[in-house]
Structures are given as C-alpha cells and as structure tokens.
Design a protein around this ligand. Structure first.
Ligand code: PLP
Length: 379
C-alpha cells in the first residue's frame, strides 16, 4: 500500500488537524530554560521521598481508579465534597474531556437530537491558551475565538452581549485566568459577570493562579455552570508527573467521570500530588520567591527599554527594543537562554519569558545587556 493510500486510512478530520506544538525541551548543557513556564525550584524533599518509597512491587497493581485519597485531600482544601472533584492526567486531559462531555461535534448526525438543540461552539478569548482551538478541532466542534482588548483585558459584558462574534449560548467557554500568554490577571468580579452572562458551561483555567492576587474557586462552588481547572504542573513543580484537577457542580463533574479512562491518573502522580498537599508551606514560600523575582525582573527590563505587560503569573510577556521579537529569540538562544516566541500575528512582537531562579534571572539580564550593547555575537 502506498504512503498516500495509507493516509486515506485516517479519518479526514484527523488528516486536516494541525497539532498543538509544545515548547521545546532541548538537551543542551547549561541552557537557561525559560520557555515553558516550568517552576525553577524542585518539588519538596518530602514529595521526592514519598515517590521514591513507592517505587516497588506495587507497580504490578492498578492505581486508585478515581484518585480517591487525593480527591478527599483536595476537597478538604477547597471546602467541597470529593464528588465535586475530578483528577486528570494533567489539566490538559480535563480540558479535552470537557469538550467531549459538553459540546456536540458539527460532523456526524445524531437523529435523536433536533438541530436547534445541538450546541457545537467552543469559545475562548484570543490570545489565550493555544490548545483550546486544537482540542475543539479534534472533537469536530466549532472553535470561536473572540479578541481581548488591546491591554489583554476583557471586553465589557455589555459589548459582549451585543457583539455578533460572541455567543452567550456557546456550549463551552474557556477562560485562562490569569491569562496566558499575556500574564494579565482578572478579578473575581470580572469573571463572575462573564459566567453569569453564559448559558453554557464555563471553564476557568487557573493554571497560574498561585502567582495571582485573586482566584475564582468560589464561582465553581456557587455557580451551576462553572468549573475551575487547576494543575500541579507549574506552581507545584510537578510537570513530569501530569496531575491536574477540576472542581465544580456535581452534575458536571460526574459527566466528566463517566467518559474518562478508568485509570486516567498514574499511581506515582497520585502519590506525588498527595504529598504536595501535605507540604504546602514549602510551595507557598516558592510562590513568594518567584513573585519577588518576577517583579524585580519586570522593573529591570522596563529600565532597559522593554515594554512589560503587568503579570500575575510566573512569566512575563515583553515587547523588546532594538530587534524584532523573533530576532531576540535567536540572539538569546546564542547566549544559551531559551525563551518563547509565538508566530501568531497578534502576539508575534512579544517574547514570553518564564521566571527562573535568581541566578538564571541574572544570566538573562547579562545577556540582554550584551545584546542591547551590540556586544553579543550576531547582535
Ligand atoms: C500549562 C497549562 C495547562 C496544562 O497543564 P497540565 O496540567 O500540565 O496539563 C493548562 N492551561 C494553561 C493555561 C496552561 O498554561
């Protein structure tokens, strides 16, 4: 069978998909890696100990299918019932499950459902997490991006209500809060207004909320249509283990449980996340360090002529001086510093820089000064 014939074995929808491109994980020695918003600090020693102690004959057995002990701990933390929580293989898995649970595909026909009853739109603001449109495409639902204001703030709800581009009846609305890639934070009141406007489900994606002034967990605990997504990846130094969760009203959470894989969260990930919750003091100390580094880096870069977007996350979105953002990507890389640049024209004049530790931040600033002074190779 020829290659092109083999391709025809794949569904046409899948053939047409442009997959999500994650940030690079290069294996270059001494590289300062500030491109994927990972935490510069390791997990707490207690977490590493508990994970190591679990590496034994238990590998033979399946893990807890619903991550029950972890859900019980999370429920105590957020003051809700374990039934209001689902744990996933990273929060990415849960974002995909939400689309499958709440949104109809535009393709295929279900004759038991009237066409006016089908709700096919997955809505989100742009720019925000670039995975949302990819997940919508995979499911065969309709992605609807709506532009944020020039300063990455929300358009007012009055404007949204009137706008033809915004659908108050969208089956599912994703809101990255604080926003990525801008770093901009939103108040609980702003989020509440949008949640009240929406007839469908709203997922508040709080991947970076531990670096922010406010969180919107109260909305997931009060509103009938709101879910909050959280992750252990960024703030809790656990990207490698893939653990995220959603909190919200029981009927929505149980719909997600119905369609997930039976053993969707691996055993070591469950153990690591539980141990994390037993040592929150360690992590809160790291949040404070990262926020302090963020604010001083922001001030330094501003002095050097960068336009810095106000951030409530562990990264900065900056508009650099002197060269284009894409050129800066290459110039910094030549100095063994890796940051993120997005080709999307709405943000292609920016760089996204993850907050590293103090030493990495010094290295970054040294490289920036060299480049601005025209003293860096190729600069
Ligand atoms: C990193 C990130 C996620 C995914 O986190 P995982 O739990 O590692 O899958 C979700 N949403 C946003 C906005 C993110 O930046």
């Amino acid at each position: 069978m020829s290659h092109s014939k083999q391709e025809l074995l794949v569904r046409s929808l899948v053939r047409k998909i442009t997959p999500y491109v994650p940030g690079e994980q290069p294996k270059i020695k001494d590289l300062v890696k500030l491109n994927t918003n990972e935490n510069p600090y390791p997990p707490s020693p207690a977490v590493l100990e508990k994970v190591k102690a679990a590496v034994d004959g238990r590998f033979r057995l399946y893990p807890n299918p619903t991550a029950e002990p972890l859900r019980v701990k999370l429920a105590a933390l957020h003051r809700c019932k374990p039934e209001q929580i689902i744990v996933g293989n990273g929060s990415d898995e849960l974002l995909a499950l939400a689309i499958r649970a709440f949104v109809d595909p535009t393709t295929g026909r279900d004759h038991t459902v009237q066409s006016w009853e089908r709700r096919t739109t997955v809505q989100f603001f742009t720019p925000s997490y670039s995975l949302y449109p990819v997940l919508a495409g995979i499911h065969g639902s309709r992605p609807g991006g709506f532009p944020l204001e020039a300063d990455f703030d929300f358009p007012g709800t009055k404007a949204l209500k009137k706008s033809r581009g915004w659908d108050c009846h969208a089956a599912l609305t994703f809101i990255t809060t604080p926003n990525a890639p801008s770093g901009k934070g939103y108040t609980t009141n702003q989020l509440k207004e949008i949640c009240l406007l929406m007839r469908g489900v709203v997922v508040l994606d709080e991947a970076y909320v531990d670096f922010s002034k406010q969180n919107a967990m109260s909305l997931a605990l009060k509103c009938p249509n709101v879910l909050v997504a959280r992750t252990f990846s960024k703030a809790y130094s656990l990207c490698f283990q893939r653990v995220g969760y959603m909190v919200g009203p029981e009927p929505l959470i149980s719909a997600l449980h119905k369609i997930r894989d039976s053993y969707n969260v691996n055993g070591l990930g469950q153990i690591a996340a539980e141990a994390t919750l037993d040592d929150l003091g360690y992590y809160r100390n790291n949040f404070a360090r990262i926020i302090k580094t963020r604010d001083s880096l922001s001030a330094e870069l501003s002095k050097l002529g960068f336009q810095v977007t106000e951030s409530q996350t562990n990264f900065l979105l900056v508009h650099p001086p002197g060269h284009t953002a894409e050129e800066w990507l290459g110039l910094l890389r030549a100095q063994k510093i890796l940051v993120r640049w997005f080709s999307d024209p709405t943000i292609s004049h920016y760089l996204r820089i993850t907050i590293g530790n103090e030493e990495e931040t010094e290295k970054l600033l040294r490289a920036v000064r060299l480049i601005l002074g025209g003293k860096a190779p190729g600069g």
